[in-house]
Design a protein around this ligand. Structure first.
Ligand code: HEM
Length: 345
């Protein structure tokens, strides 16, 4: 089974329901242990990280990713990680905010009310443009584009959430383009992104290969075996996320989320190999959502099939075609409507 299976999400979900926190399966010659408990994930990613390598699939795909930070190991990884770190420091990341919103405004200038576009393509182009300008590097920014793409999809299905988002944006920004300093005043916008990455984590699973024999919850995991952890499955665990399929950004209000174990939600991984771009990505997604949702509402196209492809990342198989609806024209017509009413009185 998996990796090559066409439906790993539904198979893993069924197995997790049936077998619980940890279970074993074979994929051809490969022994795989699937972990679905926050403490077990923490054991692998944090407490015993030295006993694991990136799994074979990632290691063998260096030709595809290049010998970047993502696929590197050992001392060479550590050197490269230290060299990259300054570009991702908090102050540096803050200075990228304007690049992000400038690019978004540039994209919006070409958008017309009523036209239909593939939003996945638009988000890919946008985030690629940003990462090239901000970091002179094109490593792995498909993930932020996907987090945006799935957010638009979710918003189009949940008008009540979309309305709360618009209320926050209109109240805090009115017509102004958002800036870095606006971020603390946009908590709902950030919660929308967090909740979208819970339901549609752009990186939907992680795998590691065991270096030497290892014991986990009574299982002896032999050297050479794989362990798999899936954000998609963990993020839908009903113990941590009641009514797990519900898109509910307010799960992330502090009083509701602070009791969650560290690895119940891990869209950026964890431990020493945690995503180096996580603050960059969170800021980018929040600013782009704010800038775009201020001006446009994206409507789903009724006949367009939205099909998930869980390959390295969680992609929409046929893209995500959506119709652009300019919010200015909506506000304008509401306003005109109100004026007409007022005159009529
Ligand atoms: C929503 C957006 C993103 C998500 C969900 C995401 C997710 C992840 C995850 C889960 C890992 C850990 C992989 C593992 O442990 O096997 C990772 C690693 C990494 N990410 Fe991201 N990422 C995002 C955005 C970015 C951005 C914007 C950049 C750079 C500009 C970036 C650069 C990296 C790099 C270089 C690594 C490897 C770090 C290392 O191994 O030391 N990511 N990412």
């Amino acid at each position: 089974m998996p990796l090559a299976s066409p439906h790993p999400l539904s198979i893993f979900s069924a197995w997790a329901r049936e077998f619980g926190d940890i279970f074993y399966y074979r994929a051809a010659w490969l022994h795989v242990y699937f972990l679905n408990h926050p403490d077990l994930i923490e054991e692998v990613l944090v407490r015993n990280y030295k006993n694991f390598l990136k799994d074979r699939v990632v290691r063998n795909s260096r030709w595809f990713f290049g010998q970047g930070l993502l696929t590197n190991e050992g001392d060479s990884w550590l050197r490269q990680r230290r060299l990259s770190a300054p570009a991702f420091h908090r102050e540096r990341v803050a200075s990228y905010a304007k690049i992000m919103t400038d690019r978004a405004v540039e994209m919006l200038a070409a958008w017309r009310n009523g036209e239909t576009r593939d939003i996945h393509q638009e988000m890919m182009r946008l985030t690629l443009g940003i990462v090239v300008r901000a970091l002179f590097n094109v490593e792995s920014d498909e993930t932020t584009a996907l987090s945006m793409t799935w957010t638009w999809h979710l918003l189009s299905q949940h008008p009540e959430v979309e309305q709360k988002l618009h209320d926050e944006l209109d109240r805090v920004l009115s017509d102004r383009v958002p800036q870095f300093s606006d971020l603390p005043a946009l908590p709902f916008t950030e919660r929308v992104i967090k909740e979208s990455m819970r339901l549609y984590p752009p990186a939907w699973s992680l795998a590691r290969t065991v270096i030497s024999d290892f014991e986990l919850r009574g299982y002896r995991i032999p050297a050479g075996a794989n362990v798999v952890m899936s954000h998609w499955i963990m993020h839908r665990h009903p113990t941590y996320f009641p009514d797990p399929e519900k898109f509910d950004p307010d799960r992330w209000l502090l009083d509701r989320s602070q009791k969650l174990p560290r690895f119940a939600y891990f869209p950026f991984g964890g431990g020493p190999r945690q995503c180096i771009g996580s603050s960059f990505a969170m800021m980018e997604a929040t600013l782009l959502l704010a800038t775009i949702a201020q001006r446009f509402r994206l409507r789903s196209v009724p006949d367009h099939p939205v099909v998930l492809v869980p390959s390295f990342t969680l992609r929409p198989k046929y893209g995500l075609r959506m119709t652009l609806e300019s919010r200015a024209s909506v506000t304008e017509s509401t306003r005109t409507g109100l004026q007409t009413q007022a005159i009529g009185h």
